[in-house]
Each structure stands twice: as structure tokens, then as C-alpha cells.
Design a protein around this ligand. Structure first.
Ligand code: HEC
Ligand code: HEC
Length: 344
């Protein structure tokens, strides 16, 4: 794959691609190319399409603290058994390590919980992108019968009855405990969840020793093979939608082990458009070595296997063990530290 287009590709073409990608941060380069995803009409770049994570933003401390408390508050669930952190463990890279998450009453969902770390940098939330912002997202699990199985009115009732909480909340939000304010506090906290000091970020910022030769080879292959045409920008993903199974039928071939369920339709569930069947938000790859199992169905336990699947279904090639090994060495350099602000 990855045949070259005549270069330079016209600026207009690149701008159109940037518009498609939405929040696209890339350093302009002269070369561009069409990769496997040309089937979806997206223009790909090689080059430095990856950028380091920004610093944790300064946000109102009282709202961050309230959001942090709410994130860990089981009163957000119907039977007071599960908090957001129950599925997005803040001491374990913001995820739960399960194939499908387990909510109130032991109900198992059909999709894997993505990490909340760096989620604020995604252009939309959820695998199918059905929430446009973290504020919109927050209502999802509260109302989801398989997750917290309640509603804001019930949650607000419980929180209103807690004098200390009500007082603290009023000082940050003069109009008091409303669904919008609760979502705002949670989202404000989530915006502080940027991981820090990943070796790859140190490398991008100019320290050539921050990653070893194996990882550098993996980074080169990540660009040359065309992974970067989908996984790019500050979150190394999270800025576009793409089909899972561009070059081969992933869901058809998975069917003998695991028949398709509604969640496998991806964005089709949001738009009802045939072109969106099996289309998902390209996940960010930051900290990916720490957030197994992989894919929206949580069906793959090893990062090596996830990379091989990407080669086969997204790029139309069988990656060699050496290619996979170097790509994984690169992906491991994307592991950062939980934000220092979490410990305060
Ligand atoms: C029962 C487990 C569970 C609970 C409780 C839960 N989540 Fe999630 N979370 C998930 C799953 C599963 C997904 C993916 C759902 C999907 O994409 O359809 C998800 C997705 C997300 C995302 C989107 C991340 C991305 O990259 O798309 C964010 C942000 C998030 N949750 C925050 C929260 C917050 C805030 C709460 C509490 C109000 C919460 N979660 C409670 C399991 C859970
Ligand atoms: C055509 C776009 C495209 C290309 C090219 C692509 N990916 Fe992906 N990648 C995706 C999508 C979409 C998903 C999510 C699939 C799903 O779970 O439904 C994904 C998921 C992943 C995951 C799992 C992440 C997680 O948290 O579950 C890894 C790891 C990954 N890709 C690595 C790679 C590597 C390495 C390459 C190059 C060999 C690559 N990808 C090429 C679109 C792409």
C-alpha cells in the first residue's frame, strides 16, 4: 500500500483533508499520500502529524475538586454501588481492564471502556462519537441501564440531601446543583487528566535519547506504513472517524468466534447512514500499552495482536514479527505519567 501521489499535493487538497479531520494538528510537509483509507476518501500524510501533549490546563480549582469528588461518588448510580471511577480507575490509566464494562446489578456492556486520560483531546466522545463534548458525555453512563442506571433528577435528590456537598457546590456554582453544573464539574475535572512526560513527547520536544533505536524504527514504520493517516494529532488518534475493516471484512471474519451485536455497527447507530456502518472514532493511542484489552469489543488482549489486526484490516498487509515488535516498542513510548494534579 502507501503508494505515493505526485508531490507536492495541492494545498487545497490538504486543506480539504484537514477540514474533514476536524481538530487536526499537523506540521505541514511537502509530501502527502493516499493510504489504505483512500477507500474512504481521506487523504493521508506522512510527516510529523504527531505533536506532544499540552500541559495540564489551569482550571478553577473548586470546580476541579468537585468534579473529582463526583467522579468517585457512587451516588451517581441507582443503587449507590458504582462511580465513574469504578469503570475508569484513576490509579490504573483511567480504564477497567475488562472486555465489556460491568455496571449496576452486574450488567455487562458490549463495549470496552476507553480511558478517560486525555479524552478531553478527542474531537468526540464514545466509540461511535455520539457525544460531542465531555459535558454531553457525562449524562450517558448516568442514564445507561447497563452502567449507572439512574437519572440526574434522582442523583440531584441524593446530593441535595448532603449539606456539606450542597454548601461546597453552591460556592462554585451559585445556581446550585443542576444537571448542567454536575456535568460541567465532571468535565472540568476530566480536562485535567492529561498524562505527562511520555518518552515520545520528550523525543518530540527535542531529546533524541528519550526513545531507543527500536522505538525510533517503530515510529518510522508507523508513518511509512500509514498508521499515522488515521492515528494522528495530539492524541495520536481521536480526531476522525474511520471504518474498522477498510481492507478486509473484520466483522465477517470475527463472526465464528463472536457474532455481531448492535454496538459493532458503530456510527451507523448514530447517523443511520449506510456509509457509517462499522465506522468508529479512531482511538487515541496514548498509554495504549497500559489499556488492554483492545478495540471497541475488547476482544484482543495483546497489543502485538491488535497491531497485526490493524495491519491486516486497515492497511491490507500482513505485518512481519519484526514490524510488529518495533511498532509495539514505539507504542510503549506513548505511556506517560498520571497527572501530578491527581495526587493533590
Ligand atoms: C459501568 C462502567 C462505566 C461507568 C460507571 C462509567 N463509564 Fe465511562 N465509559 C464506559 C464505557 C463502556 C464507555 C464506552 C461506551 C461507548 O463508547 O459506547 C465509556 C466511555 C466514556 C468516555 C468516552 C471516552 C472516549 O474516548 O470516547 C468518557 C469521557 C467517560 N466514559 C467518562 C465517564 C464518566 C464521567 C462517568 C461517570 C459519570 C462514567 N464514564 C461512568 C464505562 C463506564
Ligand atoms: C484506516 C484507519 C486506520 C489505520 C490505517 C490504522 N488504524 Fe488503528 N484503529 C483504527 C480504528 C477505527 C480503530 C478502532 C477500531 C475499533 O475498535 O472499532 C483502531 C484501533 C487501534 C488500536 C486499538 C486501540 C484501543 O485502545 O483499543 C491500536 C493499538 C491501533 N489501532 C494501532 C494501529 C497501528 C499500529 C496501525 C498501523 C499498523 C494502525 N492502527 C492503523 C483506524 C486505523
Amino acid at each position: 500500500m502507501a503508494e505515493r501521489l505526485p508531490k507536492p499535493v495541492s494545498a487545497a487538497l490538504l486543506l480539504a483533508a484537514a477540514a474533514v479531520a476536524g481538530l487536526w494538528l499537523w506540521v505541514p510537509r511537502e509530501d502527502g499520500r493516499r493510504d489504505a483509507d483512500s477507500k474512504l476518501g481521506v487523504i493521508a500524510h506522512s510527516g510529523d502529524a504527531l505533536v506532544p501533549l499540552p500541559q495540564v490546563p489551569r482550571l478553577p480549582a473548586d470546580k476541579v475538586a468537585l468534579g473529582k469528588a463526583l467522579f468517585q461518588d457512587v451516588r451517581l448510580s441507582r443503587d449507590n454501588t458504582i462511580s465513574c471511577a469504578g469503570c475508569h480507575d484513576l490509579s490504573s490509566f483511567g480504564h477497567d481492564g475488562r472486555r465489556g464494562s460491568v455496571g449496576v446489578g452486574g450488567a455487562e456492556g458490549s463495549v470496552n471502556a476507553p480511558t478517560v486520560f486525555n479524552a478531553s483531546l478527542n474531537f468526540a466522545q464514545f466509540w461511535d462519537g455520539r457525544a460531542a463534548s465531555l459535558e454531553d458525555q457525562a449524562a450517558g453512563p448516568v442514564h445507561n441501564p447497563l452502567e449507572m442506571a439512574t437519572d440526574w433528577a434522582a442523583v440531584i435528590g441524593k446530593l441535595q440531601a448532603d449539606d456539606a456537598f450542597r454548601r461546597d457546590f453552591l460556592s462554585a456554582y451559585p445556581d446550585g446543583i443542576t444537571a448542567a453544573n454536575l456535568a460541567d464539574a465532571i468535565a472540568t475535572f476530566e480536562r485535567t487528566l492529561l498524562t505527562e512526560n511520555a518518552p515520545f513527547d520528550r523525543y518530540l520536544r527535542g531529546d533524541p535519547q528519550a526513545i531507543d533505536a527500536r522505538a525510533k524504527l517503530g515510529y518510522r514504520r508507523f508513518r511509512e506504513l500509514g498508521c499515522v493517516s488515521c492515528h494522528q494529532g495530539v492524541n495520536i488518534g481521536g480526531n476522525m472517524f474511520q471504518r474498522f475493516g477498510v481492507m478486509a471484512d473484520f466483522f465477517g471474519e470475527r463472526a465464528p468466534q463472536r457474532p455481531a451485536v448492535a454496538a459493532d455497527l458503530g456510527r451507523f447507530n448514530v447517523t443511520g447512514q449506510e456509509v457509517d456502518r462499522h465506522v468508529f472514532k479512531v482511538p487515541g493511542l496514548r498509554n495504549v500499552a497500559e489499556t488492554a484489552p483492545y478495540f471497541h469489543d475488547g476482544g484482543v488482549a495483546r497489543l502485538e495482536d491488535a497491531v497485526a489486526i490493524m495491519g491486516r484490516y486497515q492497511l491490507g498487509r500482513e505485518l512481519s514479527p519484526d514490524e510488529i515488535d518495533s511498532l509495539v516498542a514505539f507504542l510503549k513510548t506513548l505511556t506517560g505519567m498520571p497527572p501530578a494534579s491527581l495526587k493533590r
